[in-house]
Design a binder for this molecule. Structure first.
Ligand code: HEM
Length: 521
């Protein structure tokens, strides 16, 4: 008898749960928004947790299946997600109606998980204040200061490859993705904290080990990302800490020790940490002459100053965003140049010509003059945008612009960048690597907001100029000394790890660097 009662109770709970979930999952059908059918417990993103597809792959699939629709709806478990496909609506979300869409919808826990409270994750007033303070860190003037440090790391790369070639009859077969990840780690550690991480020469360096750990395509990291991006409510309810202890300890200790050393010894350097220290101590950055603040503290703000925890969180995002996006873009540019020798030759000629005009000196201005290189890097960012989608949160209940779809405050919005970059409607023959897509004429003939490698609007990548400069300097300096050639193990096509967020090749990305006869830089 008791057995029957328990069975009946369980069945009752099951039916109630089923009805509850089924009702929630009508959110989009009730609003007449098309989309793939969700599973009862996992919504449309279960295959990501199973490790079959990345979040970006799923967004691509939704776009491919519903690209004729201005918007489509999916669910992460029971959390509704609106995918915006129409470029005009995208423009509204990112720019024209930004004030209603400026949240990230990401999990932030200042006290329990301080590394989550960085510029990329924050929303609301805290994001606005921090963005205003941090943006002046990345002006062209400040990037010019950082350029020499960046160049020094690229010179070390040239010497490193040169030595390998010298020992191997003028050729060096390398896993370019790993090599660039190590160089980018050196660059970001130098320009962010003034620390030589030595990752290029010492692959087992602490910085490289930590960097690999943060972005490793493991089950833990993909669940972590899913919760971080879309399931904030669950994380808050169960008081999750998303950041691994070891990573939190590494960055907290690094910042505390470096700041203490600099303050005790009166050391000032032209790096990001120095600027964050100014924000911690004064609440604003000095201008070029060092007199007036570039960004005055706002009235009523806690002195407009950064706390130590806020500083650590910003250092963390600079490090992660700084090495992974740039190394992916640099190595994929080199891969495409290996497969397209005529394009490689054109870039090489341009590098030679520009450097000749600059007395063989690689400088900020010389790199900025390389217009064909700019097209080449733009094309890499089209084919392989490091962030395959942008995300926003609706800040007030309202209609989605140019539609009759009403959504509640807190609804998450996805802009499927990579899928837009591969839509044949905007990019004829989209799988062909063709830098000429970025000629002035071709750019003018495309609608706006179908090319978004750095996002757009007030939340556009705060370090866009720095990221581009780093990629271009690295490519130009390598090409000036070495020719890229395919080797037997160069893949025909790059396959990416489904559990990775930025495009991380499943296998090594190997090619051969060959010493050139003429050396210009
Ligand atoms: C090729 C290099 C890079 C690419 C393609 C890239 C791409 C992006 C994208 C797509 C976003 C989101 C924009 C949006 O939501 O509209 C973003 C935001 C951001 N990026 Fe980058 N990024 C790059 C390099 C860097 C570097 C070098 C740093 C720092 C040193 C950096 C720091 C950030 C930060 C802090 C944000 C958050 C901005 C905010 O929400 O206000 N990025 N980046």
């Amino acid at each position: 008898m008791i057995g029957w009662t328990i069975a009946a109770l369980l069945a009752g709970v099951g039916v109630a749960l089923y009805s509850y979930l089924a009702k929630i999952l009508t959110y989009w059908t009730k609003r007449k928004v098309p989309g793939p059918k969700p599973s009862l417990l996992t919504g449309n993103f279960g295959i990501n947790l199973m490790g079959q597809k990345s979040i970006g792959d799923i967004c691509d699939q939704v776009y491919n299946d519903y690209h004729e629709e201005p918007v489509a709806g999916t669910f992460v478990m029971t959390q509704p997600l609106l995918h915006v496909h129409d470029p005009e609506i995208i423009k509204h979300v990112l720019i024209k109606d930004f004030k209603d869409f400026f949240g990230r919808g990401i999990y932030v826990e200042t006290e329990r998980d301080p590394l989550t409270a960085h510029l990329f994750n924050l929303s609301g007033k805290r994001w606005k204040e921090l963005r205003a303070k941090i943006a002046p860190t990345f002006t062209s003037h400040k990037i010019k200061y950082m350029f020499d440090t960046m160049k020094e790391c690229c010179t070390q790369l040239q010497d490193f490859v040169e030595a390998k070639c010298a020992a191997n009859g003028g050729k060096y077969n390398a896993d370019i993705r790993e090599m660039q990840a190590r160089v980018s780690t050196d660059v970001i550690s130098s320009v962010a904290f003034g620390i030589q991480s030595n990752s290029l020469k010492t692959p087992e360096s602490e910085f490289r080990r930590i960097g690999t750990k943060v972005v490793e395509p493991t089950v833990f990291n993909s669940v972590r990302l899913m919760v971080l991006f879309f399931l904030r409510e669950i994380a808050q309810k169960f008081k999750f800490s998303i950041t691994v202890n070891e990573i939190e300890t590494f960055f907290t200790k690094l910042v505390a020790e470096t700041v203490a050393y600099r303050e005790e010894n009166g050391i000032e350097r032209a790096d990001m940490l120095q600027m964050l220290m100014e924000l911690k101590n004064k609440g604003f950055l000095k201008n070029k002459e060092g007199e007036e603040p570039e960004q005055a503290p706002e009235d009523g703000q806690v002195n407009g100053k950064l706390t130590m925890n806020e500083m650590v969180a910003q250092v963390y995002i600079f490090f992660i965003a700084g090495f992974d996006t740039t190394s992916a873009t640099t190595s994929l540019t080199m891969y495409e140049l290996t497969k397209n020798p005529d394009i490689q030759e054109k870039v090489y000629q341009e590098v030679q010509d520009v450097l000749k005009r600059h007395n063989g000196e690689v400088s900020y201005d010389a790199i900025a003059e390389m217009s064909y290189l700019d097209k080449v890097v733009s094309e890499t960012l089209r084919m392989y945008p490091p962030l395959p989608f942008l995300n926003r949160e609706v800040m007030v209940s309202r209609e989605i612009p140019l539609t009759k779809v009403h959504v509640e405050k807190g609804t998450r919005v996805i802009i499927p960048v990579r899928a837009l970059h591969h839509d044949a409607k905007y990019w004829p023959n989209p799988e062909k690597y063709d830098p000429e897509r970025f000629s002035e004429e071709n750019k003018a003939s495309r609608p706006s907001h179908v090319y978004l490698p750095f996002g757009d609007g007030p939340r556009v990548c705060v370090a866009q100029r720095l990221g581009l400069m780093q990629v271009k300097t690295s490519v130009a300096m390598l090409l000036s000394r070495f020719r890229l050639e395919p080797s037997a193990d160069t893949p025909e096509q790059v396959e990416f790890a489904p559990r990775s967020f930025v495009p991380l090749p499943k296998k090594e990305l190997r090619m051969t660097l060959v010493t050139r006869q003429t050396i210009a830089a």
